[in-house]
Design a protein around this ligand. Structure first.
Ligand SMILES: [Zn+2]
Ligand SMILES: [Zn+2]
Length: 390
């Protein structure tokens, strides 16, 4: 077996390819489809109807399973968020003019879709992305999200991708968008072709996002000192009682557990580990986070050591992956950009339980939870959250 093109540090060999597999379950390497007798993927030429749930019937015979699967184009399920009330004066949306301004206080009550959007696959599978406060933060939303769900052989498979464009790169907005689309497309193909979730699969999705980001052109008016287009990424793929997770950069993945010992009835757990100078320092010198904060500024410590995009000379591209078993105490898995976690979670201290407290007030509503998290954010950064409730 060829060595993995991305993770040269890995010594142990990849497993033998199982019939029908499109990606190595360990390293995420895409198999050569020409050598695949077990099943080939054919892209449907027609765009499907607006519905985002695709149902694939169980194969009737072994042979039927090997027949080409129709993979629909990714459904565009991004929806424009229209606030029910004006942020300036609380007037209801009937007072908004066609340009999105409130006719009572002339605040821009409705933002362009790219700056303020949501995805609602089901009430339990939602994502929400918002510009934040442009007077203290960004003038545009450089985060992006992709999320979907399919039912294959009667089983639901769901996934989400969140990316946060690196503002000091030459095309943060397009980088995050292309990364999410590419990763989600890879996961969709895998889900519809019955490839099981694995760390290799999320790695394959991140690798396709990386290829897409490398193709993003610099914006015409980009600052000459900025880096090549870059963004973070987090990926969660949930099938068969397992969440396969992957990340690159400082966007995060969390779980909410039912917890009778916690005062609110829930506890939160960070599932990813930021690729930052702080964590690198902790790993390499054994210094504690508290000590590091005494010596360096938060800004210095939060400098990212990994992201998608051109890899600086002397550095390696090394996304991280893990898996989490979905047991009866797990009630939610969510992922978010730093704009959403920064103001909620005490980053480097023991679990603060703040996300659990927010969840406790909206336990049955993924959108309510996402909205409540966004409300807690200061708006100094774009904020995006994708939630899957079980
Ligand atoms: Zn108003
Ligand atoms: Zn951010």
């Amino acid at each position: 077996m060829e060595p993995c093109p991305y993770l040269n540090a890995r010594r142990d060999p990849c497993p033998t390819r199982e019939p029908g597999d499109l990606f190595c379950s360990k390293c995420g390497k895409e198999y050569d489809s020409a050598q695949d007798d077990a099943g080939s993927i054919e892209k449907a030429t027609t765009t499907p109807a607006a519905a985002t749930i695709v149902e694939v019937e169980p194969p009737k015979t072994e042979q039927a399973a090997a027949v080409a699967i129709q993979v629909p184009e990714e459904a565009d399920n991004i929806r424009h968020y229209i606030a029910p009330k004006c942020v300036g004066c609380n007037a209801d949306s009937s007072n908004f003019d066609e340009d999105g301004f409130c006719t009572k206080c002339w605040v821009q009550a409705v933002l362009p879709c790219r700056d303020d959007f949501f995805i609602e696959v089901t009430p339990n599978i939602v994502a929400r992305s918002n510009l934040g406060n442009p007077t203290i933060g960004h003038s545009r939303n450089e985060d992006y999200a992709a999320m979907d769900s399919v039912v294959v052989d009667g089983k639901r498979i769901s996934w989400f991708v969140v990316a946060d464009g690196v503002s000091s790169s030459k095309a943060p907005q397009q980088a995050s968008e292309e990364a999410c689309r590419a990763a989600s497309a890879t996961l969709r193909i895998a889900a519809l072709s019955r490839q099981k979730g694995s760390e290799g699969l999320v790695l394959a999705a991140i690798n396709s996002a990386q290829s897409a980001v490398l193709k993003v052109p610099a914006e015409l008016n980009a600052d000459a000192d900025f880096s090549a287009p870059a963004c973070t990424i987090i990926v969660a793929f949930i099938d068969d009682g397992v969440a396969s997770l992957g990340w690159c950069g400082d966007s995060r993945l969390y779980a909410i557990y039912r917890d009778s010992t916690a005062s609110c009835g829930y506890s939160d757990k960070l599932l990813s580990r930021d690729h930052t100078l702080l964590n690198e320092m902790i790993d390499q010198t054994g210094v504690s986070a508290a000590e590091a904060y005494k010596k360096f500024t938060t800004k210095e410590l939060h400098t990212m050591t990994q992201c998608l995009g051109e890899v600086p000379e002397g550095e390696i591209y090394a996304p991280s992956t893990s898996t989490v078993t979905i047991d009866s105490t797990l009630v939610s898995i969510f992922g978010c950009s730093d704009g959403a976690w920064n103001d909620v979670h005490d980053m480097d201290l023991p679990q603060s339980g703040e996300f659990a407290k927010i969840f406790a007030s909206n336990p049955r509503s993924a959108m309510g939870f996402a909205e409540a998290v966004l409300k807690r954010a200061s708006g100094a950064d774009n904020n995006t959250i994708a939630v899957i409730n079980f």
